[in-house]
Design a binder for this molecule. Sequence first.
Ligand SMILES: Nc1ncnc2c1ncn2[C@@H]1O[C@H](COP(=O)(O)OP(=O)(O)OP(=O)(O)O)[C@@H](O)[C@H]1O
Length: 260
Amino acid sequence: MGQETVIQIRDLTKKYGSKQVLNSINLDIHRGQIIGYIGPNGAGKSTTVKILLGIVEGYKGSIKVFGEEINGGSTDYKLKVGYVPESGEIYDALTAYEYLEFIGELYGMDPDEIDKKGQRLMELFGILDVYYSRISSYSKGMRQKLLIIASLIHNPDILFLDEPLNGLDANSVMVFKEILADLARNGKTIFYSSHIMEVVEKISSRIILINQGQIIADGTFDELKEMSKEGSLESIFNQLTGFNRHSEIATEFVKAIQGV
Ligand SMILES: Nc1ncnc2c1ncn2[C@@H]1O[C@H](COP(=O)(O)OP(=O)(O)OP(=O)(O)O)[C@@H](O)[C@H]1O
């Protein structure tokens, strides 16, 4: 597969007002990698992803996707990108059929192709029976499955996932993890943001840990283990982000609830 760079980030810096949210991020992401992008709440993960997607502007530095600077005006690269947002902004009043037609057409797909593919993917996820039902009637997991299908319907080369397992049952999680591995084997690049360390540890070919807007670790799970001498990704995460007050905070929290 070689080392084809699909995303190149140089000195990416972003401020909201006077708050420095990203502080000189440098990254080269290669074709076929599954990047586990992790970090504490507020570290800057979503901001990075939204900048890469062209949703957030006003940053400093350079970002090239497939060799092209993304603030250069061309939005062609967006056709090659899929995105599962953390909180699904989804049109409740539409049916899955209507929603997928809408999304697919934005990507320039043929309506019949969208319909055929949409039905097949819904069938494989076990939700074909609600294809013509309004999304407002869906369970949480059904909505998540639809969001995943919508992000993949145009066969993107890069996939950004923000807590994609939200609401999925254990069987669906297993299927989805296999899908990600298969996609990566087929040369797709996956940017996976999550707080579920056991999953990130298992599926990622490379883990990037961001803290206070800076990359503080970047490597395979084995390399991170070697670096920190900790066993699980959860404990590596705690150690590298300098956090060891779990019990103390929990005790104080329970005391505060009880008013003591
Ligand atoms: N639109 C905004 N205006 C002002 N500040 C923002 C905005 N969006 C994000 N921030 C700030 O930027 C910082 C990084 O936020 P971001 O959403 O990137 O974090 P994150 O790593 O994705 O966190 P989480 O794990 O909680 O989702 C936070 O301090 C947040 O308050």
